[in-house]
Ligand binder design. Structure first.
Ligand code: NAD
Length: 268
């Protein structure tokens, strides 16, 4: 069966990649592509925008206009846009693959409320490698956490507006959950000036922004006499796009609930 996919945020860095990944994947078809309301791109061809040649899919700026043309929507936009799309998708029974990051707690609660109506996949990072790293971090935290200081360093391109990255935060959550800590209490975001010596239970975050870095994350377990580092480096956004398209096909076989990429990859 062919999965009919809508990509929103089509003009964005990830949107263009998602169009490319949808076109390249087996058994998927791009049937709708959305740009922000009022965009001058409305009416243009989605394939030409994404550099994959004409697809005959016209860019639109109103999800309601194309709601009957797709089975799954892949949304890498902004928290506000994703929340609006989720309300409409829930009303029409459309599954959602959500890559947007930077939700406030209130926005996240509002989004998660839709899980009783439709299957939702929410992942801070759709790459297979990062999701493997989440799994490796559980093991590393179990073995190393009692005797080591844990620091997470991430780097992204100069345009990224939220920090630390959703992936870095998820890495911190995995470690906190595995070691029985509350990330909200133990996270330390950046350091400056004179402070007390580092408390063992804290998890430090450091952020680098610049250039065209697609996404790099290193988690350090720093013990006396040795240190373990788990590093992931994305060299192309296709790593996220391919994962998101895979998630869309998988999600269509699932009942309404909240899922993540660990579920899609059967890593739980
Ligand atoms: P971007 O700014 O290049 O693209 C976002 C696009 O969404 C823009 O083109 C914008 O015009 C569009 N948009 C905004 N409101 C819209 C609306 N109502 N309808 C349709 N389009 C709308 O950003 P990006 O680098 O593509 O990243 C987008 C989001 O995805 C960010 O939150 C980023 O952190 C996240 N991201 C997640 C992953 C992952 O694997 N989960 C990977 C990369 C990026």
């Amino acid at each position: 069966m062919t999965t009919r996919i809508a990509v929103t945020g089509a003009a964005g860095r990830m949107g263009k990649i998602l169009i490319e990944a949808t076109v390249k994947a087996d058994n998927t078809e791009l049937t709708a592509a959305l740009v922000r309301p009022g965009s001058s791109l409305v009416g243009a061809d989605a394939g030409e925008l994404a550099g994959v040649g004409k697809l005959g899919v016209t860019l639109v700026d109103n999800l309601a206009d194309v709601i009957d043309t797709f089975d799954a929507i892949i949304d890498f936009t902004t928290p506000a846009a994703t929340l609006e799309n989720a309300a409409l998708c829930a009303r029409h029974g459309k599954v959602m693959v959500i890559g947007t990051t930077g939700f406030s707690d209130t926005e996240k609660d509002a989004l998660l409320a839709y899980q009783s109506q439709i299957p939702l996949c929410l992942a801070a990072n759709y790459s297979t490698g990062v999701n493997l790293c989440f799994k490796l971090l559980e093991t590393a935290a179990r073995v190393m956490a009692a005797d080591s200081d844990i620091e997470i360093v991430e780097a992204h391109h100069r345009h990224k507006v939220d920090s630390p990255s959703g992936t870095a935060l998820r890495m911190g959550e995995v470690i906190a959950e595995t070691t029985g800590r509350d990330l909200k209490k133990v996270a330390v975001y950046g350091r400056e000036g004179i402070s007390d010596a580092r408390a063992r239970d804290t998890i430090g975050f450091a952020t680098v922004r610049g250039g065209d870095v697609v996404g790099e994350h290193t988690v350090m377990f720093l013990a006396d006499g040795e240190r373990v580092e788990i590093t992931h480096k994305a060299s192309s956004r296709l790593a996220f796009g391919n994962g998101a398209v895979r998630a869309a096909g998988w999600l269509l076989t699932q009942p309404p609930a909240l899922y993540d990429m660990q579920d899609v990859l059967d890593l739980k």
